[in-house]
Design a protein around this ligand. Structure first.
Ligand code: AMP
Length: 440
């Protein structure tokens, strides 16, 4: 039995039974998150949500299904997310919809559609839930995965918002003790990026023959993406490519300098990565990623033009998202979740009448906020206590025929076997006291 938490040990998932003809199977690229893996995912999500709350974000929920057009307009017609990875389908009513591949366009739509700017500026919101990308399934890349996403929308494009967004996500990794490097870059704005784009295209046109197939296509559609291609030939080429940071206009340059100053003030170390562009069309100015040895665990940036694309008045915004599944991969199966919840007690019985009393005792304990474990369907007391020991629980409450008769229960220290009898009326108080002691 592996133990992911100090309080409630959860069994390791059993090995998969051999596949048999006719047996139902999960869809390719989809997974079940069970047992200790679930506990780990839930813990990561909770740490991230708490960090967002601490940084003044409030929780919202947006639909899993949106109009396909939203992602085409929002994420960008030529992005991988839209051209290759969208789970797009037509509803029975003929609407073209998609499962969300990212949160930002949906949240931006909600901001515009619900007039959220009237609720105060900026709006700081966060959400968590499943996303869907029809990518090639591989380690760390799932077709359904969970993100925690936070956005600061509206108001001004003050670089302090960029820094606070980074800080909230940095806090998550610090709390979880995941070693990450914060990589950061500025990709300019409407003023300076077109000129840079031309320089970049001119540079790569000269070396067109050395580009991989994807990059040859990207040269026409999304030339900035050539900078983050992983092919060795393309990686070599980019070393001499013009750098956006050298071509920033003065407002972009000043903005980026301020972001860096705020991060320094916050004591958040970061490393400049001139090749970081991120895959989506809507980013401008600051882009960043938290990178671990297994890959990127979170990323985000500023997107001052997205809301305009969706029909809003000019509305600056900045946001980021972390991948719960990827962070769980980085932490690994041996990660110990710090136990916070009260420990459970085991309730056992000996005899038919005692079984009913034990059941009622469980209710009393649960009502008092004490989690209960039992094996009431087992008749043998020895077999029941064996389960308590296996689960690593400190206390077992035993109700026998005598206890059922005089309304009492025996408290047994599972590890030492020491036992003492208490009237039911004093059990809750005594169990709480002993559980507290056993945790200290
Ligand atoms: P993105 O929305 O692509 O910027 O990704 C933000 C974070 O989500 C990444 O750093 C990963 O942690 C996670 N992520 C993105 N795509 C996947 C995927 N296919 N499977 C698992 N996690 C993912």
């Amino acid at each position: 039995m592996r133990r992911v938490s100090n309080d409630v040990p959860v069994p390791a998932p059993p090995p998969r039974p051999p596949k048999q003809e006719g047996m139902p199977q999960s869809v390719k690229g989809m997974r079940d998150i069970i047992a200790d893996r679930f506990a780990l995912h839930a813990y990561i999500e909770e740490v991230a949500k708490n960090a967002m709350r601490a940084y003044q974000f409030t929780e919202i929920d947006v639909p899993v299904v949106e109009a396909t057009r939203l992602y085409q307009r929002g994420s960008g017609e030529t992005t991988d997310i839209v051209t290759k990875e969208l789970y797009a389908f037509e509803t029975r009513g003929g609407d073209k919809v998609s499962l969300r591949p990212e949160f930002t366009p949906g949240i931006a739509r909600a901001y515009v559609e619900r007039g959220m700017s009237r609720m105060g500026l900026p709006q700081r919101v966060f959400t968590a839930g499943p996303l869907f990308r029809h990518d090639k399934p591989q380690a760390g890349r799932y077709r359904q995965f969970t993100q925690v996403d936070a956005e600061i929308i509206g108001g001004t494009s003050d670089p302090v918002y960029d820094a606070q967004t980074v800080a909230a996500f940095y806090r998550v990794f610090a709390t979880l003790k995941v070693p990450v490097t914060l990589e950061i870059n500025s990709i300019g704005d409407r003023v300076c990026r077109p000129g840079y784009r031309k320089l970049l295209v001119a540079y790569y046109e000269e070396h067109r023959k050395q580009l991989c197939e994807d990059c040859t296509r990207r040269l026409e559609t999304n030339p900035l993406r050539l900078l983050d291609c992983k092919e060795p030939g393309c990686k070599k080429l980019r070393e001499n490519a013009p750098k956006m940071l050298d071509k920033l206009c003065s407002p972009c340059s000043a903005h980026f300098t301020e972001v860096m100053e705020y991060l320094e003030e916050l004591g958040i170390p970061c490393s400049l990565n001139p090749y970081l562009v991120r895959g989506l069309d809507y980013y401008n100015r600051t882009v960043f990623e938290f990178v671990h040895e297994i890959g990127s665990l979170a990323g985000g940036g500023r997107y001052d033009y997205l809301l305009e694309t969706l029909g809003s008045r000019p509305t600056p915004a900045v946001g980021a998202a972390l991948g719960v599944d990827r962070i769980a991969d980085a932490l690994g199966d041996r990660y110990q979740i710090p136990g916070k919840k009260p420990k459970a007690v085991f309730v056992a019985h000996a005899g038919e009448k005692a079984k009913k009393c034990a059941l009622a005792l469980s209710e009393t304990l649960i009502s008092a906020g004490i989690p209960v474990r039992d094996a009431l369907a087992k008749d043998s007391l020895k077999a029941q206590l064996k389960t308590a020991d296996k689960d690593g629980l400190p206390l077992a409450l035993i109700v026998g025929q005598k206890e059922a008769f005089d309304k009492s229960a025996i408290i047994r220290e599972v590890r030492t076997g020491l036992q003492e009898s208490f009237p039911i009326s004093r059990i809750v108080e005594e169990v709480k006291r002993r559980l507290k002691d056993s945790r200290e």
